[in-house]
Design a protein around this ligand. Sequence first.
Ligand SMILES: [Zn+2]
Ligand SMILES: [Zn+2]
Length: 169
Amino acid sequence: MTALIAEAFSTRPSEMMEAAQAIEDGISSGELIKIPPQPDEVDPDGYAAREGRLLARWAISRERNPALRKRKIAETYRLGRRIQCDVCRFHFLDAYGPIGQDYIEVHHIQPLHISGPRETRLNDLALVCANCHRMCHRSHLGSSWRTPDALRRMMADTPRGRLDSTISR
Ligand SMILES: [Zn+2]
Ligand SMILES: [Zn+2]
């Protein structure tokens, strides 16, 4: 995470300064601290810095915004695509029947602390199942944010990964 931030600072300094300012404002005004711990925060102790922890919490709380999720699902239908996990292709309706209709979570492809505080665009969001979403945010080797592609590669590199045994692709 630190390396990514350092890279973003050197390639997009003004955006990053803006993001840093927003974070500082959020922390000093108490806005970020007011966000309750999110259920998807995995291994919160994995974050050394309080700022990082609060930022991740902020990002995840945004991902839980039902209106954003709804718009992403509507957009996916409009494009004629299935409501399934971008990582493992899990499809809740196929797997669970009617109770799984339109069930999916959304995940920012770029972490907010890299992309800055701008408005989330639908293209910034991936559809992910609950398992893959947890794995996207699990603290591991100094990072607690990964893209669907990165997680797919991890699964592909895992001999018993379930990529090939999912119900629908
Ligand atoms: Zn998945
Ligand atoms: Zn996420």
